[in-house]
Design a protein around this ligand. Structure first.
Ligand code: NI
Length: 186
C-alpha cells in the first residue's frame, strides 16, 4: 500500500526511532509499504518515520544510478536497526541532496565518504559492511532520519536562512509534488 509521506514540520520526523525486535507488529507490511511508497514517489531511500512510524527501519534502492556508478547495480537494502560508525580516515565530500519530506529543496551537504554500518536483515541476521561513496551518503541520510536529523540540519546558518521561506511553506502545507503527503498543518 502506498502511504502518504510525512513532511517537514511533522513531529514524527523529530523523534528518535528506537531499535525494534522481531515481534514488532506488522513489520513485514511496514517494509512492503515503505518500498511501494518510495517507488511511487521516485525516491532512492526511505526511513520509517517518513511514513509516520518511529521504528529503526530503512529501505534503500540506488540501483537507478548504476549507469553512472556501476558498483551500485543491485544495491537494494532493507536495514533493520542500522547503526553507522564514521571511519576515522574519513574524508568529507559535498554533493547535492534532497528528501521526500522536504519537497522542492535541494542543497549540497558535506558528509564523510566512508562508513561502517551494522544492521539486521529482514530475518534479523546481523550484517556489518564498510561502505563508501554515494551509497554511504544515502545510508547516512536515511539513518539520520532515525536519529531525528534532516539533511537541512547539516547546512550552514546562511544556507538555512536562504531556504527559510520554502521551509515555512512546507510547514503550512503549501507544497506541490506528485506524491501523497501529510503535513503537520493543512
Ligand atoms: Ni530524507
Amino acid at each position: 500500500m502506498i502511504l502518504p509521506i510525512y513532511l517537514y514540520g511533522h513531529p514524527v520526523l523529530r523523534k528518535q526511532s528506537p531499535d525494534i525486535t522481531p515481534d514488532f507488529p506488522g513489520l513485514k507490511e511496514l517494509v512492503e509499504n515503505m518500498k511501494a511508497t518510495m517507488y511511487a514517489s521516485d525516491g532512492i531511500g526511505i526511513a520509517a518515520p517518513q511514513v509516520g512510524v518511529n521504528a529503526r527501519v530503512v529501505y534503500i534502492d540506488v540501483s537507478v544510478f548504476s549507469d553512472t556508478f556501476p558498483e551500485l547495480a543491485d544495491s537494494k537494502y532493507v536495514l533493520i536497526n542500522p547503526h553507522i560508525e564514521v571511519l576515522d580516515d574519513g574524508e568529507k565530500c559535498s554533493r547535492e541532496e534532497g528528501c521526500l519530506s522536504l519537497p522542492g529543496i535541494h542543497e549540497p551537504v558535506s558528509r564523510i565518504e566512508k562508513i561502517r554500518i551494522k544492521y539486521l536483515d529482514e530475518e534479523f541476521n546481523p550484517h556489518e559492511e564498510v561502505i563508501s561513496g554515494y551509497l554511504a551518503r544515502v545510508m547516512q541520510h536515511e539513518c539520520d532520519h532515525l536519529d531525528a536529523v534532516l539533511f537541512i540540519d547539516h547546512l550552514s546558518p546562511i544556507r538555512k536562512q536562504l531556504i527559510k521561506g520554502k521551509l515555512n511553506n512546507i510547514i503550512k502545507g503549501k507544497v506541490s509534488c506528485d506524491y501523497r503527503t501529510k503535513g503537520y498543518k493543512k
